[in-house]
Design a protein around this ligand. Structure first.
Ligand SMILES: *[C@@H]1O[C@H](CO)[C@@H](O)[C@H](O)[C@H]1NC(C)=O
Ligand SMILES: *[C@@H]1O[C@H](CO)[C@@H](O)[C@H](O)[C@H]1NC(C)=O
Ligand SMILES: *[C@@H]1O[C@H](CO)[C@@H](O)[C@H](O)[C@H]1NC(C)=O
Ligand SMILES: *[C@@H]1O[C@H](CO)[C@@H](O)[C@H](O)[C@H]1NC(C)=O
Ligand SMILES: *[C@@H]1O[C@H](CO)[C@@H](O)[C@H](O)[C@H]1NC(C)=O
Ligand SMILES: *[C@@H]1O[C@H](CO)[C@@H](O)[C@H](O)[C@H]1NC(C)=O
Ligand SMILES: *[C@@H]1O[C@H](CO)[C@@H](O)[C@H](O)[C@H]1NC(C)=O
Ligand SMILES: *[C@@H]1O[C@H](CO)[C@@H](O)[C@H](O)[C@H]1NC(C)=O
Ligand SMILES: *[C@@H]1O[C@H](CO)[C@@H](O)[C@H](O)[C@H]1NC(C)=O
Ligand SMILES: *[C@@H]1O[C@H](CO)[C@@H](O)[C@H](O)[C@H]1NC(C)=O
Ligand SMILES: *[C@@H]1O[C@H](CO)[C@@H](O)[C@H](O)[C@H]1NC(C)=O
Length: 467
């Protein structure tokens, strides 16, 4: 298992919204297929952005937190209206605050949270840093300091399996980072088609984006509506090798469904010389990565054959690229530090190699979830009580350090709730009889609350030691 990512891991794909061009033409937005959400956090009304995408207020999906605005709006919020509001959460150590989003079980979802605390100077206290959690999975730590100094927002992107009827996306208060509560400006959740990234086993792994690049492009970021899932393909200019052409590639011929426009630019090697790219452009920690590379010949009725090396290891031998295009990928390729990608012609006189686009994701383990019967019992207990803690959302036990306030669990072959300590929480309402289904309970304490109704029959709780 790879270690948890450190703060400001290279995995953070920070986007400088200031550099985004304003699209003046309002595209007629058809919206996304399937269960998808565009949430403008802290907003009171829906808004439509410059791309014609409609963003809804996040209120219906989150029970904690307070709507607010960035401390100093900064120029970023002029270009991206979703940055004009945010939601802030209390600074309660080891609490997780969750968005609960109904999804289609067994599908997978692209998540893109965006964070903009406000422009700030180096003399001011830095923006809060915190953890991101999806269902029981620890995703990454969020540190927006460097982007905030540049007046920009920070965006992260991950691909996660849906394991239940709701997907929970949570911000976790980590007292080791900063002494302040988390915040969020916007959240996109987009259902992917089943073939997209299907080489990855999402039963065990989730993916965090490191780079998604369109080689040879000097233009705009390629994204929705050209990309059906609003993936962002960043330009990667280089005057020496860049070419552009008009391609006739069909997106559906590729499992990952790249937008056809990414094949309209390329890097082409010089005759009889290899093409060497330092890409992705940031150092990586020693770990396993998902790598996908996309190619299509710029000339019709043509083909060119070459080898691809990554850090001097042969990645693909004798790749035969035609104008129909092809993609190659590795689901678990070890990378460490800076990465070099080299395309080398197979025979000296052959047409020089080319490359159009690429994606790199970090892989991390999908976290376990609490035993489903215990989850149902906890939901029922939550329903029958009033004034429950704001962090009673998401999985009751997982990730380990982020169980619900007052709940202690055991991570054996099944993850079970073993102790409920609700003493002094100011709860009211009644205690659900479903507590009798928490058969692994050893300790229960309800002291100093104002509960009504009787104590349910606990005779089935054979492990109970302390009431
Ligand atoms: C699922 O999500 C909806 C919408 O946020 C919420 O109303 C509901 O309580 C959630 N269900 C569970 C079990 O969390
Ligand atoms: C966040 O990033 C800044 C700038 O890189 C760094 O100085 C700071 O220590 C980081 N914060 C945490 C909590 O790691
Ligand atoms: C991925 O999806 C494609 C298109 O549906 C299918 O042909 C292929 O077998 C799938 N690959 C895996 C590993 O499931
Ligand atoms: C993932 O889990 C599902 C449901 O348990 C199973 O049908 C499928 O075969 C698993 N896929 C892999 C690649 O293990
Ligand atoms: C990366 O980690 C592996 C296993 O932990 C180790 O064998 C290898 O030497 C490391 N590589 C580098 C470049 O640090
Ligand atoms: C794309 O199609 C057009 C018209 O059919 C054709 O003229 C052009 O050569 C094709 N380009 C490629 C790269 O195949
Ligand atoms: C590459 O593919 C094209 C089209 O399928 C074919 O005509 C050509 O012979 C192939 N080249 C090599 C070197 O295999
Ligand atoms: C239960 O929680 C209260 C308040 O947080 C604490 O004082 C007490 O020690 C806890 N009891 C047990 C048995 O953990
Ligand atoms: C315990 O769980 C079972 C199955 O989910 C359910 O049918 C039953 O009503 C629950 N028992 C109590 C006392 O709520
Ligand atoms: C349960 O209570 C016993 C006795 O007070 C205590 O020793 C034990 O640590 C408690 N267990 C949990 C999980 O709180
Ligand atoms: C206790 O467990 C038995 C067997 O699972 C079940 O039939 C009974 O209804 C349970 N009693 C209560 C009060 O939950």
């Amino acid at each position: 298992m790879p270690p948890p990512r450190p703060l400001l891991a290279a995995a953070a794909a920070a986007l400088l919204f200031l550099l985004l061009p304003v699209h003046l033409a309002l595209a007629e937005a058809e919206g996304f297929r399937g269960f998808s959400y565009l949430l403008n956090c802290g907003a009171a009304f829906p808004i439509t952005d410059s791309r014609g995408l409609r963003w809804e207020p996040d209120g219906p999906y989150v029970s904690a937190g307070t709507p607010g605005e960035p401390t100093i709006p900064g120029p970023g919020s002029l270009l991206e209206p979703t940055l004009a509001t945010l939601r802030t959460f209390p600074n309660r150590p080891r609490a997780k605050f969750c968005f609960e989003l109904p999804v289609d079980k067994n599908r997978r979802y692209l998540l893109r949270p965006t964070f903009f605390y406000g422009a700030f100077s180096s003399s001011a206290p830095p923006p809060p840093a915190f953890d991101l959690i999806v269902d029981g999975t620890f995703w990454t730590a969020i540190n927006t300091t460097d982007d905030a100094l540049a007046g920009a927002a920070s965006s992260y992107e991950g691909v996660f399996p849906a394991s239940g009827r709701n997907l929970s996306f949570c911000l976790g208060v980590n007292p080791e980072y900063t002494d302040a509560g988390p915040f969020i400006s916007a959240l996109q959740v987009i259902q992917l088609d089943d073939s997209v990234y299907n080489a990855t086993n999402f039963n065990t792994s989730a993916m965090g984006l490191i780079a998604r690049t369109r080689f040879g492009s000097t233009g705009d970021i390629e994204r929705y509506p050209d990309d059906s899932f609003d993936r962002y393909w960043q330009p990667f200019p280089d005057s020496k090798h860049a070419v552009s052409s008009t391609q006739n590639v069909t997106s559906a011929d590729f499992w990952n469904l790249p937008p056809p426009n990414v094949f309209n630019t390329a890097f082409i090697a010089e005759q009889d010389a290899p093409l060497v790219l330092q890409w992705p452009p940031m150092p990586l920690q020693n770990d396993s990565y998902y790598v996908a590379l996309y190619f299509a010949d710029t000339l019709p009725e043509n083909s060119r054959t070459f080898n691809v090396y990554i850090n001097d290891y042969l990645f693909i031998e004798g790749l035969n690229v035609t104008s129909a295009g092809l993609s190659v990928f590795a689901t678990q390729w070890i990378l460490s530090g800076l990465t070099s990608v080299m395309l080398k012609p197979v025979s000296p006189s052959a047409l020089p190699p080319l490359i159009n686009a690429g994606e790199v994701f970090g892989l991390f383990p999908v976290g376990r979830l609490t035993y489903a019967r215990d989850v149902r019992a906890m939901e029922s207990i939550k329903e029958s009580l009033r004034n429950v803690p704001e962090d009673w959302n998401g999985d009751p036990c997982m990730p380990s350090e982020y169980s619900w306030t007052g709940v202690t669990c055991d991570e054996g072959s099944r993850i079970r709730v073993i102790s409920l300590n609700f003493s002094g929480m100011g709860l009211s309402g009644s205690l659900s009889p479903e507590i009798a289904n928490l058969t692994a309970l050893t300790n229960i304490s309800f002291a100093h609350n104002s509960l009504v109704g009787g104590i349910p029959d606990l005779s089935n709780l054979s492990k109970l030691e302390r009431l």
